[in-house]
Design a protein around this ligand. Structure first.
Ligand SMILES: Nc1ncnc2c1ncn2[C@@H]1O[C@H](COP(=O)(O)OP(=O)(O)OP(=O)(O)O)[C@@H](O)[C@H]1O
Ligand SMILES: [Mg+2]
Length: 1078
């Protein structure tokens, strides 16, 4: 999304005024009040035009975050509230886009925040400039050079816990794109006197404390050092520890930074060795010794320390020892050696320590430069950052302060020059008439110090070079002579009588009225410090060191390069370097940061009016504002001006079509400001008085309120409408979604409920079925069990009584039953035919069935006989009855019987009714004829046979003649008493008649017939049925027969063979009739 362009201005939400130029009324009081007001609201930055005033907050503020960097990136200087980033951005963009080399001049007194400001500028530039591995490394090296230089060049002073004790100017070089290529650092006059002596409450350079606190035991041992600060004379003890500073941690930071910057391990080690040597030098002490020639001589008290130094540095101990005792002066070809007294020895020692340290520091700067220098030869754009020690006023001010303050004086000079020049140039550029501005120009003070003929530095040099005894006093005297009339120089001895009564000015002092205030300098030490003398013996001793770094630090010690010319004095060196610096700065576009220290306590939230007032005065900030306002207090390009105020005039609101300048002209005419209040430049409008601007602002504010109300009104309406529409639309969507959602949810709920219920029901059903099945199964099991038990019980109960006792019987019975069953079944299949005469009968299978078998046979036989009988007709039945009767009567009694069985009883052998021959007979007999047969009637007398027809009817027995059929005899059955016959196989039988009956007159009849059995049987039966009396049948081989009156015995004799098989009857006598039977 395109970032919405919001035009803001410095004038928005101002606390006090963001730009002092707009201060109304402008005086010291209002100036301080404004600063204070802003300071109290954490607004530590305030502008004077393009100059940034920075008030040290003494606490970290959340205004340097990466977000802030982004806020200020590519924004116009006056667009946002004052900030050091705005200035950095302006400088960087001007360098990058307009190809103008920049310098950032940071001034202010010690502790005002210059070093911090310089670091902020560098970090801002690093953050906004190009990126990439190589560029990042350059940036990192540039940024990491700070901790290294701060460790070696900064120290705790009463004013600042991290006071820069050297001036630093760093050129950062960029390529055409604005990417950093590298840098060059210049250092100015390290306060080396601090190495050997520190004022009360101050410390030596940080590195000494850092080394002793942070080095490992091993490193300390290598450097022959002890951790205890109190072991070293050069380290002041009263403030060895600084609150909130962790020296050990800082030591690690420094070592790390050295590594990043590009120091080799051995280089870093050498540097620390030099530091150790310096520390140990301070412990060398001398004692006086008188020599024979009366000259004072000194001797080293304890050579141990010296020995260790020599071991560290690789210097021959005797050489160094000698260098501390003698001084060789060479003049032309002569060499004069003089002994040093104790004071001189101490002086020599301290000079060596100071030189070692300051040269080491210079070496460090060079070494860093070597690392960070740009690798290409292409044209570079340069941004210089100057962080030089601030203007200093101590109780005792010496040469160093003089030099420092001189430097500040020069900076003020250049500030004035450039500001004014810039102002002037702008007016010319804009075609505005230039009016002269009254301000204090400190050129005169600079001249007092640096003038080549009678300047203080020139005087000092002159004194130093002058042959004869030279002291600080002679120097002061000289000053008194030369500068007496100078307005800014004061001295007790000056001829000018106006100072004679000034008792505040001691004798050995002179006072300079600097732009920032009067400073009284102790003249003591000026000459020495300016001379910066190191005895040649010492530098030669150092050169002889095997320690390569130390050797390199003292090139003049090389006897081959003896230079008898005096080296330039410190003052002149400094003057020259400052001059170069100034020249350098003049070629660049200046940007000012003026740092102000709000209190002397290094404390947050305290704003000491007096202290600030003093700084404002000497920094000439009010003048600065005045210069800035000399012509016109406020200026602004036409476009932003029109943009900002166009709502004040109907013609320009809301849009002005046409050039911006014309618009602004219309606007200002409309507003009816007095014409002298403003001027139209080429590209800017110039407003003379801040009042006019504020009036404009007021009008704008009021108008804005109206506009805001209008916009608000429209916006609210629009917002409500769109909001409403949106809500409506959203409502529909939400409702739809919600409905869908709720329905879904409901559906899901129902679904899941259904599933739950379903599952419950299914479960319930299943359980029910299961229960039922289980129940059924249990029932079955129970039934089975019960049945089994019941059966068991039953069986047991039933069989208990039998089983054991009668098992055999039971089995037997069962077996028997089975056998019988089998027997019957088999019998069924083996049944013989139904013929009653069939004799076949299956064999008996088991013995025990014998009777049954027989009985069965009998029953079967009876049954089949019955069956057989059942087939019979009545007639036949009758026949068989007769047969049966026959059987009963004769079976086994009469031998003839068996042969009669097969003969059917025909009865009527003679068919009387059919044979006409017997017609008469037939007619004579009315009854039914039962037998009609021809028989032989045995003549009772001779035994001869005569044939007669034998007829039997129901009531009578008839005999008829066979030939005539005439009935010869008729006997009623009731008269037949008996029938006799033999047991033999013959057909003779006798019919006995009742005595006295009619028929019985002739006697009984004797017959022979072939059908004896039949005839006898029928006779028997008929008699029985007629008379109900059983006819007696006698079977015997001898019986009596009644012949007339005689009883004749009929005897049957066997075996008469004469007549063959026919029996013969023969009357033997009256009484006997023999019948021979075969
Ligand atoms: N912008 C700032 N935000 C927070 N603290 C600051 C800021 N500027 C300065 N300080 C604090 O003030 C102290 C002194 O600042 P700094 O060392 O920059 O002073 P200086 O002007 O360089 O002094 P000298 O001239 O002695 O070197 C810092 O150590 C820091 O604690
Ligand atoms: Mg500093």
């Amino acid at each position: 999304m395109a970032k919405m362009e919001v035009k803001t201005s410095l004038l928005d939400n101002m606390i006090g005024v963001g730009d002092m130029v707009l201060l109304e009324p402008l005086n010291e009081e209002s100036f301080i009040d404004n600063l204070k007001k802003r300071f109290d609201h954490n607004e530590i930055y305030t502008y004077i035009g393009s100059v940034v005033i920075s008030v040290n907050p003494y606490r970290s503020l959340p205004i340097y975050s990466p977000e802030k960097v982004e806020d200020y990136r590519n924004r116009n200087f006056y667009e946002l509230s004052p900030h050091i980033f705005a200035l950095s951005d302006e400088a960087y963009r001007s360098l990058r886009d307009q190809d103008k080399d920049q310098c950032i001049l940071i001034t202010g007194e010690s502790g005002a925040g210059k070093t911090e400001a310089s670091k902020l500028v560098m970090s801002y530039v690093a953050a906004v400039c190009g990126k990439g591995a190589e560029v990042n490394q350059v940036k990192e090296q540039l940024l990491q050079s700070n901790p290294v230089l701060e460790a070696f060049g900064n120290a705790k002073t009463v004013r600042n816990d991290n006071s820069s004790r050297f001036g630093k100017y760093m050129d950062i070089e960029f390529d055409f794109k604005g990417d950093p290529l590298g840098g060059v650092i210049s250092n100015y006059l390290l306060e080396k006197s601090r190495v050997v002596k520190q004022p009360r409450g101050e410390r030596n350079f940080h590195i000494f404390y850092q080394l002793l606190s942070g080095a490992s035991e091993d490193l300390l041992h290598k450097l022959r050092l002890e951790r205890d600060f109190s072991r070293y004379n050069y380290l002041s003890l009263d403030s060895a520890k600084v609150n909130g500073v962790d020296d050990a941690a800082n030591f690690r930071t420094v070592r790390n930074a050295m590594q990043i910057v590009g120091f080799m391990d051995h280089e870093a080690q050498s540097v620390l060795e030099v530091i150790a040597a310096v520390l140990k030098l301070g412990n060398i002490e001398f004692k006086p010794e008188s020599r024979v020639n009366g000259l004072d001589e000194s001797k080293i008290k304890d050579k141990n320390e010296l020995k260790e130094i020599c071991e560290l540095t690789g210097i021959d101990q005797s050489v160094l020892e000698r260098a501390f005792s003698f001084r060789t002066v060479e003049a032309k070809q002569e060499k004069v050696s003089t002994t040093l007294n104790v004071a001189q020895a101490y002086y020599a020692r301290d000079a060596l320590a100071k030189n070692l340290y300051s040269r080491l520091f210079s070496w460090l700067v060079n070494r860093i430069n070597e690392s960070i220098k740009a690798q290409t030869k292409v044209r570079k754009k340069v941004m210089g950052v100057l962080d030089i020690y601030g203007f200093e006023i101590f109780e005792d001010n010496s040469f160093e302060q003089f030099i420092i303050n001189y430097c500040n004086e020069k900076l003020q000079q250049i500030f004035i020059e450039l500001t004014l020049k810039e102002e002037q140039e702008e007016y010319i550029r804009e075609d505005i008439e230039w009016t002269h501005i009254d301000y204090f120009n400190n050129a005169v003070i600079c001249d007092l110090i640096e003038n080549n003929t009678n300047g203080i530095l020139a005087m000092l040099d002159e004194e130093c070079l002058r042959p004869g005894t030279v002291t600080d006093d002679t120097f002061l005297e000289k000053l008194n002579q030369v500068c007496a009339t100078h307005q800014h120089f004061e001295s007790r001895m000056s001829k000018c009588s106006r100072f004679l009564n000034d008792t505040s000015l001691p004798h050995s002092c002179f006072r300079i009225q600097h732009y920032a205030g009067k400073v009284m300098y102790q003249v003591e030490g000026f000459v020495d410090k300016n001379n910066d003398l190191l005895y040649r013996d010492l530098s030669q001793a150092m050169w002889k060191a095997s320690h390569s770094l130390i050797k390199a630090l003292f090139p003049e010690g090389n006897p081959a390069k003896i230079n008898l010319k005096r080296p330039p004095t410190a003052g002149s060196q400094f003057k020259a370097s400052v001059a170069t610096l100034m020249k350098n700065l003049q070629t660049k576009n200046p940007n000012y940061i003026r740092c102000i220290k709000p209190n002397d306590k290094k404390a947050a939230h305290i704003f000491n009016d007096a202290l600030v007032c003093h700084q404002i005065r000497y920094l000439g900030l009010l003048e600065n504002v005045r210069v800035r306002r000399a012509g016109y207090a406020f200026r602004q390009a036409y476009e932003p001006c029109l943009e900002r105020y166009k709502m004040l005039c109907k013609q320009t609101w809301p849009h002005w079509k046409g050039p911006a300048r014309a618009g602004v002209e219309v606007l200002f005419n409309e507003l009816e400001f007095p014409v002298e209040e403003y001027s139209f430049g080429r590209s800017k409008i110039f407003i003379r008085n801040p009042r006019t601007l504020f009036k404009l602002e007021d009008l704008r504010k009021r108008r804005l309120e109206d506009l805001a109300t209008l916009i608000q009104k429209i916006f609210r309406g629009w917002k409500c409408r769109t909001h409403f529409l949106l809500m409506k639309k959203s409502q529909i969507i939400i409702a739809a979604w919600y409905r869908r959602y709720s329905q879904q949810k409901k559906y899901q709920q129902i679904k899941s409920s259904a599933i739950v219920i379903q599952s419950f029901i299914r479960g319930w059903k299943a359980r029910k079925i299961l229960r039922e099945l289980k129940h059924e199964k249990r029932c079955q099991e129970a039934v089975t069990t019960i049945a089994a038990f019941w059966h068991g019980t039953q069986v047991r109960r039933e069989y208990r009584k039998f089983f054991r006792a009668n098992a055999g019987k039971k089995i037997y019975e069962f077996t028997l039953q089975r056998i019988v069953q089998k027997y019957f079944l088999e019998m069924k299949n083996k049944m013989p035919s139904l013929s009653p005469i069939d004799k076949n009968w299956p064999a008996r299978p088991y013995l025990f069935l014998d009777s049954t078998h027989k009985e069965l046979k009998r029953i079967f036989h009876l049954w089949r006989c019955k069956k057989y009988r059942d087939q019979f007709t009545d007639q036949r039945k009758l026949i068989y009855e007769e047969k049966l009767e026959a059987s009963e009567l004769f079976k086994d009694k009469k031998a003839l019987y068996p042969s009669s069985v097969g003969q059917p009883f025909q009865g009527a052998y003679l068919e009387i009714s059919k044979d006409p021959k017997y017609k008469k007979l037939k007619d004579a007999i009315e009854e039914k004829i039962i037998i009609a047969e021809v028989v032989n009637k045995i003549n009772r007398a001779n035994g001869k046979c005569a044939s007669r027809i034998f007829l039997l009817t129901n009531n009578n027995l008839l005999l008829a003649d066979q030939k005539s059929g005439h009935i010869k005899s008729e006997v009623p059955l009731g008269d037949v008493t008996k029938v006799s016959m033999s047991s033999q196989n013959d057909g003779f039988f006798a019919v006995h008649l009742k005595e006295g009956s009619g028929a019985a007159s002739k006697g009984d009849f004797l017959f022979s017939s072939d059908h004896l059995i039949e005839m006898a049987t029928k006779l028997y039966r008929t008699t029985l049925s007629q008379t109900k009396q059983k006819l007696n049948i006698e079977i015997s081989d001898e019986f009596l027969v009644q012949f007339r009156q005689d009883k004749v015995c009929v005897k049957f004799i066997q075996g008469n063979q004469k007549n063959g098989s026919v029996p013969t009857c023969k009357r033997k006598n009256n009484r006997l009739l023999e019948v021979a039977v075969p």
